[in-house]
Write a protein that binds this ligand. Sequence first.
Ligand SMILES: NC(=O)c1ccc[n+]([C@@H]2O[C@H](COP(=O)([O-])OP(=O)(O)OC[C@H]3O[C@@H](n4cnc5c(N)ncnc54)[C@H](O)[C@@H]3O)[C@@H](O)[C@H]2O)c1
Length: 262
Amino acid sequence: MNRVAGKVAIVTGGARGIGRADALLLAQEGARVVIADIDEAGGRAVAATAPGIEFVAHDVRDEPSWKKLVADTVARHGRLDVLVNNAGVIHVGDPLTSDRSETRHMFEVNVDGTMLGCKYAIPAMIEAGGGSIINMSSIASSSGLYFFAGYCASKGAIAAYTKVVAVYCAQNRLNIRCNSIHPGGIDTPMNTGLEKEFAAKIAGMRLPPNSPVSADAPKMRYGEPNDIAFAVLYLASDESKFTSGSELYIENTSTITAAVVG
Ligand SMILES: NC(=O)c1ccc[n+]([C@@H]2O[C@H](COP(=O)([O-])OP(=O)(O)OC[C@H]3O[C@@H](n4cnc5c(N)ncnc54)[C@H](O)[C@@H]3O)[C@@H](O)[C@H]2O)c1
């Protein structure tokens, strides 16, 4: 209990899925949590379930909205200690079939959203005397999952940018840490939606027989949102005070299992 007592945290994309679990666990461990999401009904429902959580309508692509979100959080709660850049979107497409507008959507939410979050959180954390930024990447950042071509590129960008922010903060002695979390498949609405998108696009894609998304591939074992939330809790807490610039993979061996190719 109370592993993040007294801390003030913003969790983007906290209306459902992994972000919802992050918000609930941080609040349970003593933080005041602001969920920032475009899903107003979902966000308000999560806020209503736990004291210490509030909801703010926020699109992570919108720079003025970031400015206001951080300023209002500091005005209401006096400080900002933790930012979880969790909001993310995914689309299906291989290197030949990726749709440009879908790719742009992923880069705007996943990459621009994360960069803007860092830009506005860092000054507030300097005022607070330090802080922790947690960026939600994916195993896709380093796994060549070619059927998620643009998504992989966006998650790789998040991993790279995390290191930029970590070194910037360390070199300037800001006492702000920045780490990325790389989940494997987690049971959330994102994956439910993906199944429909695959069904619509699969005929146009090159999927070899050994592809993990071929019709005859074994069903994947998903993790639970809380498997990621416990990593968020560690990185948000002072227990991780010597950890910055790291990539924390939570994925039960999928990235180190050799595939038979060729
Ligand atoms: N579920 C997985 O298997 C998995 C694996 C690896 C990484 N991730 C990453 O974890 C994060 C959370 O994924 P999830 O599975 O919970 O997804 P989800 O789709 O269930 O939830 C995503 C949340 O982000 C919000 N969101 C989307 N666009 C937004 C925007 N422009 N501004 C603000 N909020 C916005 C949605 O409203 C939703 O509440 C994402 O960054 C995702 O890429 C998920």
